[in-house]
Design a protein around this ligand. Structure first.
Ligand SMILES: [Ca+2]
Ligand SMILES: [Ca+2]
Length: 516
């Protein structure tokens, strides 16, 4: 259920006795009066609105915007891309938990790096000493409330950052993964539409920050029938043969990952409704169909909100960001979940449209989701809190720079430790695996300019080529043991260690010096 209160004000009041409250009230009036005088209604109306759209568990390669071969229909996102800028190199920094959503959403809200969040997945540790205790006061909604914005949020509940979510003035958090309008993605859109209607009826001219989150396409992927039919997919059972119109297997599909992912009994790899441990084409194409149907429904729901903003005359003054909390495998590399560092999962879709954003442009960017908060602050003219470690994307979004950083780091440490690490620089990407007490120690090196799908030797096997219809080129494989790339590997291994040190990663891999 929704609720509406000014959390900052209530918080301050509960800490004061009556005498202090009178002094506070007089003092506040003195403080506020000149500020109000400087911001007449007309000027107030000019301030930028923000619509931040976050979906749950979507690979960028689901979308035509990132994979022109995708059969997923998302006309609204396509239009946002045409009227705005697409960031190719957008990433989440990773996770120290099997619930990858949780650190991702902490990073979105706080702008902090993955090992500097309130928790860091260390058993028995209640509070990360590398994170200020009152961080929630410096998160997205708290910052924008103080700047005079109206803040509203709808999203799934759980695996998130509750203390930051509660800072929004209007909050509707509920897991809505049903197939119908009352229990699915339409519910989240309806909350935004109700909120916009209320603003209109009250002639509310304050700028808004709307956090428009969805509970889908996260499993269980119960999509409406009208969308399922297009992808030949079924919610309740898996056909014995793939439907003719089911989405094809991804180019980097494998029937099994070449080695253990290092997180035994991981729910997403063994217990997702409709998939479980199966990796056969009928199962995965049905599940991709369900994913695409959920994506298409989300796209439609976003369209309803954008139409309303246009009718209200607010659309042209609104900065719109579309992204996901992390990517997703669904059969890519033989994996099903989000607990890996391949591009399909380490990267996120990221489309931005708004005043001053070039139309129909793509940039590499090299951004993280933790750059969202400083970016919003930059565009809105609001100072970013000192706790923020991310950087504003504004220079790349306005076409002034191609990237905001050269090196990208990623982690998955939610299973056995230390887990997976990756580092990217230019075309090259290194992934290292150190898990199951040293049973898995693997290195992968990819030249993403020649091998964007991160194809491995296993992708060259006849049966895999037959199933995917993809015929990999000879060099499209793991280059880690190729002597021609020994220097590249050494450089990236050194960069990975430097990033782990810089970011206070509490673990080291088998081939790195131990922490002193
Ligand atoms: Ca998620
Ligand atoms: Ca207001």
């Amino acid at each position: 259920m929704g609720r509406s209160h000014p959390p900052q004000f209530l918080l301050i009041c509960t800490r004061m006795n009556t005498m202090n409250l009178v002094t506070f009230a007089v003092g506040t009036m003195l403080l506020l009066t000149p500020a109000l005088a400087q911001q007449p209604d007309a000027a107030q109306k000019e301030r930028l609105n923000i619509l931040f759209i976050l979906v749950d568990d979507q690979s960028p390669f689901d979308l035509k915007v990132y994979d022109p071969d995708s059969v997923c229909r998302t006309p609204v996102i396509d239009l946002l891309a045409k009227e705005g800028t697409v960031i190719d190199g957008a990433h989440h920094m990773g996770s120290w938990s099997g619930a990858v959503c949780t650190p991702s959403r902490h990073m979105v809200m706080s702008g902090r790096t993955v090992w500097h969040l309130p928790r860091r997945g260390i058993r028995g540790e209640k509070q990360n000493p590398l994170c200020p205790k009152d961080l929630a006061e410096q998160t997205m909604a708290a910052v924008f409330n103080r700047a005079g914005y109206d803040t509203m949020r709808t999203c799934k509940r759980g695996n998130s950052y509750k203390a930051a979510n509660n800072q929004f003035t209007v909050v509707h958090d509920k897991v809505m993964r049903g197939a119908d309008g009352k229990n699915g993605s339409a519910w989240h859109a309806d909350r935004v539409l109700d909120y916009l209607k209320q603003r209109e009826s009250e002639n509310d001219a304050d700028p808004f920050l709307i956090y428009f989150g969805f509970s889908h396409p996260h499993d269980p992927r119960h999509a409406p029938e009208e969308y399922l039919a297009h992808y030949g997919a079924q919610n309740r059972s898996v056909p014995s043969e793939p439907a003719e119109n089911a989405p094809p297997l991804p180019r980097n599909y494998l029937p099994a990952h070449p080695f253990h992912h290092g997180h035994p009994r991981l729910r997403d790899e063994v217990n997702v409704q409709g998939v479980k441990r199966r990796r056969d084409p009928a199962t995965l194409r049905n599940e991709l169909g369900r994913q695409f149907a959920c994506n298409e429904n989300i796209d439609h729901q976003i369209g309803r909100v954008l139409n309303r903003l246009e009718a209200m005359g607010e659309l042209d003054n609104t900065l719109i960001i579309y992204t996901s909390d992390h990517g997703m495998a669904i059969g890519r590399h033989g994996l099903q979940g989000k607990q890996n560092l391949y591009e399909h999962t380490f990267r996120v879709p990221f489309v931005v449209k708004g005043p001053g954003i070039p139309k129909g442009k793509r940039v590499q960017g090299n951004v993280y989701l933790l750059d969202v908060l400083p970016t919003l602050c930059d565009f809105a003219g609001v100072p970013a809190p000192a706790t923020v470690e991310g950087r504003s994307m504004r220079p790349v979004l306005e076409g002034k720079q191609e990237t905001i950083r050269d090196v990208l780091y990623g982690v998955y440490a939610g299973g056995t430790k230390p887990g997976m690490r990756c580092v990217k620089k230019g075309n090259y990407k290194l992934i290292q695996y150190d898990s199951l007490d040293g049973f898995v120690r693997e290195t992968q090196l990819f030249d993403l300019s020649n091998n964007p799908d991160e194809l491995l030797a296993a992708h060259h096997v006849d049966v895999v080529e037959f199933l995917t219809g993809n015929d990999p080129k000879r060099h499209q494989r793991n280059l880690a043991t190729d002597p021609n790339f020994a220097n590249v590997r050494a450089e990236l291994e050194a960069l990975l260690l430097a990033e782990m040190q810089r970011l206070d990663d509490p673990y080291r891999l088998w081939n790195q010096p131990a922490i002193k």
